[in-house]
Design a protein around this ligand. Structure first.
Ligand SMILES: Nc1ncnc2c1ncn2[C@@H]1O[C@H](COP(=O)(O)OP(=O)(O)OP(=O)(O)O)[C@@H](O)[C@H]1O
Ligand SMILES: [Mg+2]
Length: 209
């Protein structure tokens, strides 16, 4: 049996009214960790949003061999949390698309919250949490979903070194079980530490290093 790549980008050009990155031809398999680097405003977020199907390609295509609902976990740069509801409810949104039954969902929600060190905040509305805590809620939501493809946009931002370790250890646990992580990172050292592959946006191209 031949294995389809998890993600294929063929002759892909991305952007809005103007092209940001053109002619991307790359394949991604299961269990890979990829870091996307490049200066602000060049299209890193747009790349993730295009892969997620939230932005239409200008040319070419994205072929995703996962189900876009449960199979894709997106941690947006602006987190996309429901700010007036609790940590539990927000993490529950991830579990909701996981296909688990109610009891299993409650278990994985609790487990994900504990892994992110937020057990004291379970009932707290998200808007009352700090920036770094909110980032961990967004990660817990994705842990509860356990999707085959995780797109994470600067999800380590605002976290101190201990929390970076905590978050990465949990996400890399999913990677060990076969999930793929594509992470946009501003810190070069973190990218090198955690990623198997590095993609950098240079002169409107996505260059693999
Ligand atoms: N919805 C949109 N419509 C039109 N242009 C947009 C839209 N979103 C972003 N842009 C533009 O596309 C360019 C790339 O934005 P993007 O958010 O992908 O950059 P980025 O590499 O993620 O930057 P940062 O590191 O600051 O997050 C920017 O010039 C931005 O103004
Ligand atoms: Mg961005």
């Amino acid at each position: 049996m031949t294995m389809m790549p998890l993600l294929q980008m063929t002759n892909l050009s991305i952007g809005y009214d103007k092209t940001l990155v053109s002619n991307v031809n790359l394949e991604v398999g299961r269990g890979e960790v990829i870091a996307v680097l490049g200066p602000s405003g060049l299209g890193k977020t747009t790349l993730l949003r295009t892969i997620a199907g939230l932005v239409t390609p200008l040319e070419g295509e994205v072929i995703l061999n996962v189900n876009r609902r449960g199979g894709l976990g997106y941690i947006p740069q602006r987190l996309g949390l429901v700010r007036h509801t609790s940590v539990w409810t927000n993490v529950g949104l991830g579990a909701m698309v996981s296909g688990l039954n109610r009891l299993q969902r409650e278990e994985i929600i609790a487990e994900s919250i504990i892994k992110m060190g937020l057990e004291d905040k379970i009932k707290e509305p998200v808007r009352r949490l700090s920036g770094g805590q909110q980032r961990r809620v967004a990660t817990a939501r994705t842990l509860a979903q356990s999707p085959p493809l995780i797109l994470a946009d600067e999800f380590l931002g605002e976290l101190d070194d201990d929390n970076v370790e905590l978050v990465m250890a949990s996400v890399l646990e999913l990677v060990k079980k076969g999930s793929t992580l594509i992470m946009v990172e501003h810190h070069e050292e973190r990218a090198i530490e955690f990623a198997d592959r590095i993609w950098r946006i240079v002169d409107g191209k996505l260059v693999e290093e």
